[in-house]
Design a protein around this ligand. Structure first.
Ligand SMILES: Nc1ncnc2c1ncn2[C@@H]1O[C@H](COP(=O)(O)OP(=O)(O)OP(=O)(O)O)[C@@H](O)[C@H]1O
Ligand SMILES: [Mg+2]
Length: 521
């Protein structure tokens, strides 16, 4: 006891916490950190463009900053976008402060925590001791260039240098950091990341230049972007007791019914009154008068009341079957592909939508590949801990669709939600929520059903073609043989028979035009 009482206590800042535990946010070793830095900056750029309805154009470049050393060594990473930029007043905090951001609202975006971009800069600073260089312009006229460090102990930005510049029509944001990386190890994952990002954003233009000067370009395939998500109020089933307490404190003077209507998603006057009456609360009572126990009781009642409408999906922005297929076809070049977008659903008051696509054959190698996306972010690590993996392995009966994982097959899943149930802040894999599992299973099954129908159509077509070829080969011989037998001058006509086989086998539609073999008898 005596010893315990001499222990010193101290508080650490959020940036200090992530400085000490950076692997929690995906910054563990130099190869993974390089990957995470690219990812966080690219995701910020895409978010910024999409949330503002701008067709994204994003440039990524990685260059060695220490030519004479082997990996791990310092690299300079630059990510530039044509988004809205960040206003000069916000810029230092947006990137120099952990848990500072604009995405703490209920609407779908890649960013969630106000952490990612800052972590990249923090990691760069502690491994290279160099400040981040950020250029931003919001109006196309005057931009601002900032050299930024982070005061880790105080979770505050330090602006080392600040300079205005004439932007000459350029608008957007450019971030350059120098960080310790291991490119040779990160190479494959980085390229895969850019490819898959392009797959889920066929409306974006992406350019990635690697340290050897090789550029990978992904052109914009369409000018159509999914409609941007709208911000919504929290659903009563998604609330926790702390949120209720805050609401009550903030709106102490408001009658209960009004408090619910104003602050909760899809709760109207009638629903609010019915709910309060059923649970023994006076709708006219002022919120501030509730005791602590009553607040807790209110919370529990809100959680379990069945009469609320389900959350609507205006806060989500799924890709839609068409855009998903567009990206899948460009990237995988399959013989056949099909997509399915499920209707909106919810878990614990959080709305979500599941989309899936299945691609088969063509340029795909044999064997099953799973592509996972969450709010359009490709997830490349920890595949086997992910809910999609579980569903593919346990939730679908492959033999029922006459499919198997040795076929040249790709399954793409996309989960959109205001709260993707990631298991870590590194956003790599998704927990197996039962509702999510159900929708994923439904989406994959539907795609499998369609693929299976395609394959059996194709299979029976192939059989018919084979049979037709047989007839075509042997009927003339048979005819000739019977002519000989019957000692007739002319062989019987088999043309009509062949023509009928061709027509009835549907070979004309399937093989219409083209090479001679298919021209019919
Ligand atoms: N390229 C950009 N263009 C415009 N604003 C940006 C850009 N990058 C970042 N921001 C702003 O800076 C904020 C902080 O970014 P940061 O990556 O640290 O957090 P986040 O994206 O909100 O969440 P997450 O931790 O999940 O990435 C964002 O919320 C956004 O408002
Ligand atoms: Mg971010």
């Amino acid at each position: 006891l005596a010893r315990a009482s001499r222990q010193e206590f101290k508080e650490i800042s959020p940036s200090e916490f992530f400085y000490r535990n950076r692997e929690l946010a995906g910054f563990s070793n130099p190869s993974r950190s390089l990957y995470s830095a690219v990812r966080e900056l690219v995701e910020n750029s895409l978010d910024a463009c999409e949330l503002n309805g701008i067709l994204p154009s994003v440039q990524i470049s990685i260059a060695s900053a220490e030519q004479d050393r082997l990996d791990p060594r310092l690299y300079t990473l630059t990510v530039e976008d044509n988004g809205p930029g960040i206003r000069a007043e916000q810029l230092p905090s947006a990137f120099g402060k952990v848990f500072y951001g604009s995405k703490f609202v209920l609407r779908q975006s890649r960013g969630l925590f106000g952490l990612g971009g800052t972590m990249a800069i923090l990691y760069a600073q502690i491994t290279s001791s160099q400040p981040a260089l950020i250029a931003s312009c919001t109006d196309g006229e005057t931009g601002i260039r900032v050299k930024l460090l982070i005061d880790v102990e105080r979770n505050q930005p330090i602006v080392v240098e600040r300079q205005a510049f004439a932007a000459g029509g350029w608008r957007g944001l450019r971030v350059t950091i120098t960080l310790l990386g291991d490119y040779s190890r990160a190479q494959a994952k980085l390229l895969e990341y850019v490819r898959q990002t392009a797959m889920a954003a066929p409306y974006a233009e992406l350019r990635y230049e690697d340290p050897f000067g090789k550029a990978y370009e992904f052109a914009r395939l369409t000018e159509v972007m999914p409609p941007p998500p709208k911000e919504i109020l929290p659903h009563p089933h998604g609330l926790d007791v702390e949120t209720i307490r805050r609401l009550i404190r903030r709106e102490a003077d408001r009658p209960l019914a009004e408090l619910l209507v104003r602050n909760l998603h899809r709760v109207g006057e009638k629903t609010a009154r019915a709910f309060l009456a059923q649970n023994g609360f006076d709708p006219e009572r002022r919120a501030g008068e509730l005791s602590n126990e009553e607040a807790v009781r209110l919370f529990k009642a809100l959680q379990s009341y069945e009469g609320f409408m389900r959350p609507d999906a205006s806060c989500l922005s799924p890709l839609g079957e068409e855009l998903l297929l567009l990206g899948v076809k460009r990237e995988l070049k399959p013989e056949f592909a099909v997509a399915c977008s499920r209707p909106p659903a919810s878990y614990s008051g959080h709305p979500f939508i599941v989309e899936a696509a299945v691609a088969y054959g063509g340029a795909l190698p044999p064997g099953l590949r799973l592509y996972r996306f969450a709010n359009r972010i490709p997830l490349l690590y920890d595949e086997m801990s992910d809910v999609s993996w579980k569903v593919l392995n346990e939730g679908v009966n492959w033999t029922r669709y006459r499919l198997n994982p040795e076929m040249p097959l790709a399954v793409v899943t996309h989960i959109c939600s205001t709260k993707v149930p990631y298991k870590t802040v590194g956003k790599e894999y998704i927990a197996d929520q039962p509702e999510l599992e159900r929708e994923l299973t439904g989406a994959i099954r539907e795609c499998f059903r369609k693929l299976s129908a395609y394959l059996s159509r194709k299979g029976s077509l192939e059989q018919r073609v084979k049979r037709f070829e047989l007839y075509k080969k042997y009927l003339p011989l048979l005819a000739e043989f019977s002519r000989g037998l019957a000692r007739r001058p002319r062989a019987p006509s088999y043309r009509a028979l062949l023509e009928r086989l061709y027509r009835e086998g549907g070979l004309a539609e399937q093989h219409g035009g083209g090479n001679e073999e298919d021209e019919g008898p």
